[in-house]
Ligand binder design. Structure first.
Ligand code: 5AD
Ligand code: SF4
Length: 444
């Protein structure tokens, strides 16, 4: 009899790749498996179940999953009771192929089927192969059991929407996460209130195309703006953010909320991907550079001082030096507080993967130039905070003794040395210094 049989607790090792949505999903899976007697471990060697929550957005994602699985081969032969599962977008994209290529995999579960994880685990324990990559329309989070009232940190992700109907020519999301689905308002509210009761002060509302949100609520479908206003009424909740948005879904009410809703933070992640209209068209983004700049102008009218962040792809098929220059011009105009940038890489099954590709050295060169410009703006914007008063939601102790770290409304990390500050406190801070990746300041 093993230790785990005696105590009736099993250990789950879960490794999460990719986006915040996956981090959120992993937390929910841990909670669901908690109901089945699992506790988490950070050592795969101790685990009764290893679960890889995979991401398909980066290049060779599937290959990386297979090589990661290969690393557990020895463990699996030494411990035949060990169950190995693959979740997330690679699970969705590859399906049963994973079990064919890696017979040691017991369980494959796509992002829309996590509520079935306990059932699938039981099936795997019974020695059967367990696979579910269906895309049902029910609310998977409602069916995931939550652990009662465990205390949480001051910030949390809250998934409100999943999937995407936009079909950008480079992107796998519409294929792996499926069609755009919004969670009903009541479910989100219930989860939000529960999280606030457990100590959460700030939500980041998550969705692949979050501002397309249109969940069923009182009196019909609610827009994201209406949901934000609804959430802002929860006592104890101080801050709301949301990510990731598409420029075409920046509706009037959402733009207005940036000026009017105090709990909505003045920081917006609004990817544009490229600054050339020709490339935007080839990307099937369905907006021009001018449309995007106009949305930003309106947002800044509503909320002066709004900080922006974005995503960029360089070296998309057919991108010329002139096209790339248009991207740099757009960046120069917007001046992002931060941004993610990527070299275009092919995703099988997406339209752009079939097109002739640019040479790698051209992509490398453009990525480097783009990142240098972003870094320069990021630096200037961060340094310009010195002397200003910001509000900081403190999250945890810093590296030095007596230090606490939190985030400003603009998402800058801020260090303060003070002994009367606790995680979860929201305090005014005067910024006195700007370091490599963070600001420092004094309580006011
Ligand atoms: N190649 C490079 N970057 C990509 N992204 C999505 N698909 C690709 C791809 N095929 C980037 C986009 C998106 C971010 C999450 O990942 O910039 O906004
Ligand atoms: Fe992918 Fe975003 Fe385009 Fe949807 S809007 S297809 S998630 S890049």
């Amino acid at each position: 009899m093993t230790q785990s049989d005696r105590t009736n607790t099993k250990k789950l090792f879960i490794k999460t790749y990719g986006c915040q949505m996956n981090v959120y999903d992993s937390e929910r899976m841990v909670e669901a498996m908690g109901g089945e007697g699992y506790v988490t471990t950070d050592k795969p060697d101790d685990a009764d179940m290893i679960l890889l929550n995979t991401c398909h957005i980066r290049e060779k994602a599937a290959e990386k999953v297979y090589s990661e699985l290969g690393r557990y081969k020895g463990l699996k032969s030494a411990k035949p009771d060990l169950k190995i599962g693959v979740a997330g977008c690679v699970a969705q994209a590859e399906g049963a192929e994973i079990m064919r290529r890696q017979p040691m995999v017991d369980l494959v579960v796509g992002p829309q089927s996590y509520h079935r994880l306990p059932e699938l685990e039981a099936k795997a324990r019974a020695g059967e192969k367990a696979l579910d990559t269906d895309m049902p329309e029910e609310d998977k989070f409602e069916k995931l059991k939550r652990r009662p009232k465990a205390k949480r940190g001051p910030t949390a992700f809250l998934t409100v929407q999943e999937g995407c109907d936009k079909f950008c020519a480079f992107c796998v999301v519409p294929y792996t996460r499926g069609a755009e689905v919004s969670r009903p308002v009541s479910r989100i509210m219930e989860e939000a209130i529960d999280l606030v009761e457990r100590g959460v002060r700030e939500f980041t509302l998550l969705g692949q195309n979050v501002n397309a949100y249109h969940g069923a609520g009182d009196g019909g479908d609610w827009s994201l703006a209406r949901l934000i206003w609804g959430l802002s009424e929860i006592d104890g909740l101080e801050r709301i953010r949301f990510t990731t948005s598409h420029p075409n879904d920046m509706t009037d009410d959402l733009i207005a909320a940036h000026g009017e809703c105090e709990k909505l933070m003045p920081y917006l992640h609004l990817p544009v991907q490229a600054g050339s209209d020709r490339i935007l068209k080839r990307m099937n983004r369905q907006h021009t550079a001018e449309d995007y700049l106009r949305v930003i102008e309106r947002l800044k009218e509503a909320r002066p001082g709004l900080h922006l962040s974005g995503d960029f792809i360089v070296g998309f098929p057919e991108e010329t030096e002139e096209d790339f220059q248009a991207t740099l011009d757009l960046i120069e105009e917007v001046r992002y507080g931060s941004a993610f940038s990527f070299k275009y890489s092919t995703r099988p099954g997406t339209p752009a993967a079939e097109r002739p590709q640019l040479p790698e050295d051209v992509k490398d060169d453009r990525l480097q130039r783009l990142q240098a410009l972003i870094t320069k703006h990021q630096r200037e914007i961060q340094d310009s905070m010195v002397g200003r008063d910001v509000s900081v939601l403190f999250e945890k102790p810093g590296r030095l003794s007596g230090q606490m770290v939190g985030k400003s409304e603009y998402l800058h990390a801020v260090h303060v040395t003070a002994d009367d500050v606790a995680a979860g406190d929201l305090r005014k801070v005067r910024i006195t210094g700007s370091g490599k990746n963070s600001l420092s300041g004094e309580l006011i």
